[in-house]
Design a protein. Structure first.
Length: 72
């Protein structure tokens, strides 16, 4: 995935750069959509475990549940 370069945008951009930027946006939007779904439906934003490994376990279980929900 690539990001747009910082600073003033160039005057002319090749078709290959535009295509790559468009493809990167599509990938990024799908990933951000899954995180949004996890926050809205699976309460990913309500994890309040005190230890880091407990938080990681809760996050992994949430994503496991998200993947299992697509099967059924």
């Amino acid at each position: 995935m690539s990001r747009p370069p910082l600073g003033t945008p160039p005057a002319n951009v090749s078709k290959e750069q535009k295509r790559q930027a468009n493809e990167s946006e599509r990938i990024r939007y799908s990933i951000e959509g899954k995180f949004g779904q996890g926050k809205r439906i699976f309460s990913l934003n309500r994890i309040m475990a005190k230890l880091s490994h407990t938080s990681e376990t809760a996050i992994v279980i949430t994503f496991l549940g998200m993947n299992l929900s697509t099967w059924f």
